[in-house]
Design a protein around this ligand. Structure first.
Ligand SMILES: [Zn+2]
Length: 319
């Protein structure tokens, strides 16, 4: 009879360890990416309808505050990181999930939320909706490394917000960065359901890993490309951090690029299923490299507590 508490304790601790044994946590992170949730962020949160102006219009600040509120709703450490552009203060919106076992390794997933004085549905609320959806799913896991999710401002004026953020974090150990920039225009054609991954020559390993993860965790084809120095990954690359830009294959033929019609209201325009798949691939990459672990169920935590209590009781009675 004296062995029963010890047996209970061992069983409880073994059960508690079961989630960590799941070899396919990255698959479950990717599977958690939801098209309806992505669509909600793009259509209902980010001011992407006809007439909206996320450049310097009223909707710019409304979108910024809505992104902040979403990150906070997920329970993440959230901040508005200020910088100056043309004499005025602007803000990157930053959410952080501290890593548990290698917190100094930092992975950054970013997308710019400013537009060119238009609704900016594809450029680039599509990327921001992806970041929000990854944040929503990621918040339910434990992470080995630290995740930093950023909605950058003033990309369209020359990567101003991302450059400012990088300048403040030059001594950090940023081991991987992805900029999602235009991920929802996917017209029928030869390269339907293709996505491009751009990176500089110093970062082709990172580029290959991102492309491979997109193909592993989504239904898409990913095409590694020489760098396109036109998004928020560039300040990271220039500072020596592995950066990459993920963008729709057909971005060069987007008829509404930087036009008032870059709106979710434009007919036959936004491909929500495609954008969701891109997001799923990036979520899989994040989980694979930053190390996601399923959090124990509350019942498991109770078992652990019971196990620890049993061990303590066993020690006291044995003493
Ligand atoms: Zn853009």
């Amino acid at each position: 009879m004296r062995r029963r508490p010890l047996l209970l304790a061992a069983t409880a601790i073994a059960l508690a360890c079961l989630p960590a044994l799941h070899a396919d946590v990255a698959d479950s992170v990717a599977a958690g990416i939801s098209r309806s949730s992505y669509t909600h962020y793009l259509d209902d949160v980010l001011y992407t309808h006809d007439g909206d102006d996320r450049g310097f219009g009223a909707e710019h600040n409304l979108a910024r505050d809505a992104i902040y509120a979403q990150f906070a709703t997920f329970g993440l450490q959230t901040s508005l990181d200020p910088f100056t552009y043309s004499g005025s203060t602007y803000y990157n919106v930053v959410a952080t999930i501290p890593g548990r076992t290698r917190p100094d390794d930092i992975y950054v997933i970013g997308a710019h939320y400013d537009s060119v004085n238009n609704p900016g549905a594809d450029d680039n609320a599509s990327g921001v909706a992806g970041v929000l959806e990854i944040a929503r799913v990621a918040a339910d896991y434990w992470w080995d490394a630290t995740l930093v999710l950023i909605a950058f401002d003033r990309e369209e004026q020359g990567l101003i917000g991302s450059q400012a953020w990088v300048d403040e974090h030059l001594s950090d150990n940023i081991v991987g960065m992805i900029s999602l920039d235009m991920i929802a225009w996917n017209p029928a054609g030869l390269r339907h359901d293709w996505v491009r991954v751009y990176a500089g020559s110093d970062y082709w390993v990172h580029r290959s890993e991102v492309a491979a993860a997109i193909e592993a965790y989504s239904s898409l084809t990913a095409l590694p490309c020489k760098d396109l120095r036109a998004s928020d990954h560039v300040p990271f690359e220039d500072a020596g951090f592995p950066g990459a830009m993920v963008i729709e294959e057909s971005h060069g033929t987007n008829p509404h690029y930087h036009q008032p019609e870059d709106s979710v209201d434009s007919a036959d325009y936004i491909d929500y299923a495609f954008a969701t798949e891109v997001t799923r691939g990036i979520a899989g990459w994040t989980a694979q490299y930053a190390g996601a672990t399923e959090t124990p169920e509350p019942g498991t935590l109770l078992l652990v507590a019971a196990g620890v209590a049993c061990l303590a009781w066993r020690r006291r009675t044995a003493a």
